[in-house]
Design a protein around this ligand. Structure first.
Ligand code: CA
Length: 373
């Protein structure tokens, strides 16, 4: 049996070798590609991964490191990845350009940081009142979202992947109570992206600050409010020592997807099995980070409430109703940018309509019966 199998295998190999020998590179593309695949089978690829995160920053930086460690484990060390934290090789906001140009083969960050390259990138992290983490994966993997993301990034010589999610983020820390929309007028708040645009249209003054400057700005009164992530990261920054009111209602970042971007030329050099493994590793990193945030946020919330006596409050409905109305306007405006933005917006909205209806009778219905008010 063993011997027959061995002979059979040798036979197949001999036919394949004969076919390859019989054609030149130009006249036998298929054989040439197979030959190239075989030649690169034993090759080791050494990749650089640049990130927008500080080294080992809880959840985000550690999530990127998890992916950098997982890829060699899943490829038998044939793809090795060295991670560079923000500013180690390039500054945080140059990650996209560096991977696009091939300075690094891979990057970890968030698509909405690149809205200056194209405003529709924001759909692939999150938009206010948009998808939560599981709905986002549903749209990307089965709702046509990933094809649109690939089409958008193709212009930049990049392949996108979902590679992390923080889950729903808290509304943020405020130094005064927010009872009506009027309380947002003149409010200097650190809140980036579309959420910031919404605050601006309601009379606030949004600013964007890197994570490392948030605490001192809030404590000194340079800003009146800030959003950051959620209990896990907010506790680590000590934001409870700098502001009195912690508004929890998630609205602006309901389930932001973090991305792993890959330079297209570097990806094309990988044999097919390594291409599959690298993209699969990104998916594993995506669910790993969401699980980490789910567990750590619970624990950090307990610490904030019980040890630090933080007052966690929901935003009043009169405020969230206005936030939702303005958010819908701001998101719809992205569609005006170009034809691709319009297709992305249409796909996103069609999926959102379905998911809003279905979530009412599934997750929302379940959470309502599990956690009665
Ligand atoms: Ca945030």
């Amino acid at each position: 049996m063993q011997r027959r199998k061995l002979i059979k295998n040798l036979g197949v190999g001999a036919v394949a070798a004969g076919a390859l020998a019989a054609c030149s590179e130009q006249s036998c593309e298929e054989g040439g590609a197979a030959d190239k695949g075989r030649a690169s089978k034993g090759k080791t690829f050494k990749w650089k991964m640049v990130t927008t995160w500080p080294k080992n920053f809880p959840g985000l930086g550690t999530g990127a490191q998890y992916l950098a460690d997982l890829i060699p484990q899943m490829t038998g060390n044939r793809v090795q990845v060295k991670l560079y934290a923000a500013r180690e090789l390039v500054p945080a906001f140059e990650v996209f350009g560096a991977v696009s140009a091939g300075t690094a083969e891979m990057g970890h960050g968030a698509a909405y940081y690149w809205k200056g390259k194209h405003p529709a990138t924001q759909f692939f992290t999150c938009v206010p009142f948009g998808f939560n983490a599981t709905e986002m994966s549903g749209w990307l993997q089965f709702g046509g979202g990933m094809q649109l993301w690939e089409e958008l990034y193709d212009k930049f010589n990049l392949i996108p992947n979902e590679a992390g999610n923080t889950g729903a983020q808290m509304a943020g820390w405020f130094n005064k109570p927010i009872n009506t929309v009027d309380d947002l007028r003149g409010l200097k708040m650190r809140i980036p992206g579309l959420g910031g645009e919404v605050i601006k249209r309601l009379g606030g003054a949004p600013v964007n600050l890197p994570g490392g400057e948030i605490f001192t700005s809030l404590q000194s009164g340079a800003i009146d409010a800030t959003e950051w992530v959620g209990p896990y990261n907010d506790l680590a920054f000590g934001l409870h020592q700098a502001a009195k009111y912690y508004y929890t209602t998630p609205w602006h970042e309901p389930g932001p997807t973090l991305e792993a971007i890959i330079n297209k030329d570097a990806f094309a050099e990988l044999p097919a099995d390594l291409q599959v493994a690298v993209r699969a590793a990104c998916r594993v990193a995506n669910s790993q980070m969401l699980a980490e945030y789910t567990a750590r946020n619970n624990a950090a919330m307990n610490s904030l409430v019980n040890e630090h006596k933080v007052n966690m409050l929901p935003l009043p409905t009169v405020v969230t109703d206005e936030l939702r109305r303005v958010s819908d306007e701001v998101v719809a405006e992205i569609a005006q940018h170009d034809e691709l933005s319009q297709r992305i917006y249409k796909s996103y909205e069609a999926f959102r309509e379905q998911t809003v209806t279905y979530s009412r009778i599934s997750e929302q219905a379940y959470l309502n019966v599990r956690n009665p008010a």
